[in-house]
Design a protein around this ligand. Structure first.
Ligand SMILES: Nc1ncnc2c1ncn2[C@@H]1O[C@H](COP(=O)(O)OP(=O)(O)OP(=O)(O)O)[C@@H](O)[C@H]1O
Length: 318
């Protein structure tokens, strides 16, 4: 059965200009990105730090404007919907789950205040405790366990569950979850991603799951896109892409799964930045300097090639 489309990202681009007046460089953090998310589907964006994943998420959530491109949500232009101040549809239906749940909640406010506030702000129910209880039950918690406590009284895993429960209060169709398990103990990561699976299966929720963690991505996703320096280098069903990777970067990523380090993101380490900048500036394949299969023609713009049920941006298959 053909799945109905929820989100369609078309030719998305975002260019950042960085550096001082005298040494300006342009980083195409999102470079002609295309993907689709169906209803009740978990779609993963994976790749090392600085590949543009968060920038894509920020654009979808309306926190950043794209340089060019279009996103259709249920067939309608998302940027037009975002501009309609009186239209609550996107604010209700597209919810974010962030990396660090401790940053989501003010340490001096009871967590329950956030939940009650969300119910009131969206006019969800006259009886907040009832809807909060059922949202908390979905993530394995109860109102009694949560109601009188401050953020510091929860573990990272529990707080991330509460943050997901909060996003469920508005009955969302799409959760945009940017590294939702990276601050959670490794032993509890599976319980968070299992939640996504449950929400997909029982409530038809779709998830854009952004991660470095290919193990949870494999377990939970239907489709996956591997990003490198702003581009999708391989995209397709998770089974095909991760079990039989075709792009040399996907192969490398599978062998050496990098751990995310939020502090590293804005590091001043010149070496990493130089390599990243150089790779971003490549006209052809951005992975060329690290690729064991590189050829002369890889210096030219690379086409997307269909190989065994997925798309690969690589001259090896032309
Ligand atoms: N506001 C900004 N101004 C300038 N450059 C930016 C900005 N945001 C991101 N970038 C640059 O864009 C590139 C992609 O960053 P992005 O955060 O989207 O990558 P990422 O794959 O999400 O990495 P991480 O896993 O560390 O979050 C990086 O080179 C980053 O330095």
């Amino acid at each position: 059965m053909k799945q109905e489309l929820l989100l369609k990202v078309e030719n998305l681009n975002k260019v950042f200009t960085i550096g001082s007046v005298f040494s300006r460089i342009r980083i195409r953090a999102v470079n002609n990105v295309n993907f689709e998310i169906g209803n009740s589907e978990i779609f993963t964006l994976a790749g090392e730090s600085g590949s543009g994943k968060t920038t894509v998420a920020k654009i979808i959530l309306g926190f950043l404007e794209p340089t060019s491109g279009r996103i259709l949500y249920k067939g309608k232009d998302m940027f037009e919907l975002q501009k309609e101040k009186s239209n609550n549809v996107l604010r209700k239906e597209v919810q974010a789950v962030f990396q660090n749940p401790f940053e989501t909640f003010n340490p001096l406010r009871r967590v329950s205040n956030y939940l009650i506030e969300t119910v009131r702000n969206f006019g969800i129910s006259e009886k907040p405790e009832e809807v909060i209880e059922s949202a908390l039950n979905l993530v394995g918690l109860t109102w009694n366990e949560v109601k009188d406590k401050y953020p510091s009284e929860f573990s990272g895993g529990q707080l991330q569950r509460i943050s997901i429960a909060r996003s469920l209060l508005t009955n969302p169709t799409l959760l945009v979850a940017d590294e939702p398990v990276s601050m959670v103990d490794a032993s509890l990561r599976m319980s968070i991603v299992n939640l996504f699976k449950d929400l997909k299966e029982k409530r038809g929720v779709s998830v854009l799951y952004i991660t470095h963690d290919l193990a949870t991505a494999y377990y939970v996703s239907d489709k996956i896109a591997i990003m490198f320096r702003g581009e999708i280098v391989e995209i397709g069903p998770v089974e095909k892409v991760l079990m039989d990777p075709k792009h040399p970067y996907t192969m490398l990523l599978k062998e050496s799964i990098p751990e995310p380090d939020p502090k590293k993101k804005w590091t001043k380490d010149i070496k990493i930045l130089t390599l990243e900048e150089e790779e971003y500036q490549m006209k052809g394949c951005k992975f060329i300097s690290r690729c064991q299969y590189r050829m002369e023609k890889c210096k030219n713009p690379v086409p997307d090639v269909e190989v065994d049920g997925r798309l690969v941006k690589c001259y090896l298959y032309t």
